[in-house]
Design a protein around this ligand. Structure first.
Ligand SMILES: Nc1ncnc2c1ncn2[C@@H]1O[C@H](COP(=O)(O)OP(=O)(O)O)[C@@H](O)[C@H]1O
Ligand SMILES: [Mg+2]
Length: 254
């Protein structure tokens, strides 16, 4: 299980989509599940998939109908059945969107279901790739406790770097839970490589590489074109490939 984390806007969704593109290319034998766990969901958009129902929608349905439900209604069983129905099939992968529940866009309930749901689906997939909510809350709340590999993205801004340093405080807890924690610089110049290496070292994590700002990705985003279709000369795709090849493929049976 792979989790992509970092503050909002650092490129988690972009990195997740480009990682998927590469896995579909080199590891087409694997069964892949993508989970959009960010309440500020945009993974379906960048993948060009129309998602009809989210986990949040299912939770709302159960809540709204709570007075009409038969007394022996098993919420857990219902949820389990619904999860398989809301899985969207993409070209070579499945996608599950967590979403939010109605009450003021509350994410907490959906968030607490994430562990259960991922546990349920774990044995059906070789890789589960999760686009996580911004920040580290899901880490301290242990919602993704079975994650093997954690990518933390940072865009070089002071705030994104502070996120990385907070990892250091959590690192004792984290390092026992993750096989590996990688720092990835996104939308930064390769001139910052040494600085990133240093910061990764001080947080006891491994620097995985830098993904440059890429006009092609920006253009695709602007035009709303799926990132799975970026050409192979995309600089961001090329750099993501190299990061994934070195850091993730060794853990997969490809
Ligand atoms: N390497 C990159 N080159 C150019 N634009 C990028 C790159 N990475 C991300 N972006 C753009 O930055 C914005 C935020 O990226 P996104 O992946 O949505 O971040 P997050 O999921 O962390 O909130 C988007 O408009 C995206 O197209
Ligand atoms: Mg996102």
């Amino acid at each position: 299980m792979v989790s992509v984390s970092g503050k909002g806007g650092v490129g988690k969704t972009t990195f997740t989509a480009l990682t998927l593109k590469y896995l579909l290319d080199v590891a087409s034998n694997l069964d892949i599940l993508l989970v959009d766990a960010d309440p500020d969901s945009n993974l379906p958009d960048v993948l060009g998939i129309d998602v009809k129902r989210t986990v949040g929608d299912v939770v709302n349905e159960v809540k709204d109908s709570k007075y009409d439900l038969p007394p022996d209604f098993d919420k857990k069983l219902y949820l389990e059945k619904q999860i398989f129905e809301i899985l969207e099939e993409g070209r070579g992968f499945d996608l599950l969107v967590m979403g939010v529940t109605e009450r003021e866009g509350c994410y907490c309930l959906v968030n607490s279901l994430l562990t259960t749901i991922v546990g349920m689906l774990l044995e059906n997939y070789d890789v589960i790739l999760m686009d996580m909510p911004a920040g580290l809350e899901h880490i301290s709340r242990r919602t993704d406790r079975d994650v093997d590999i954690l990518y933390i993205l940072a865009d070089g801004s002071k705030m994104s770097m502070q996120t990385v340093l907070r990892i250091k405080d959590l690192s004792e807890k984290l390092l026992t839970r993750f096989k590996k924690i990688f720092l990835v610089g996104n939308m930064v110049s390769s001139k910052l490589t040494a600085a990133f290496e240093k910061i990764a070292q001080s947080a006891n994590i491994t620097f995985a590489g830098i993904i440059p700002y890429d006009e092609i990705v920006a253009e695709y985003n602007f035009e709303g074109k799926p990132l799975l279709d970026v050409p192979i000369n995309s600089k961001a795709y090329d750099a993501t490939k190299s990061v994934i090849k070195r850091t993730l493929l060794p853990y997969l049976s490809v």
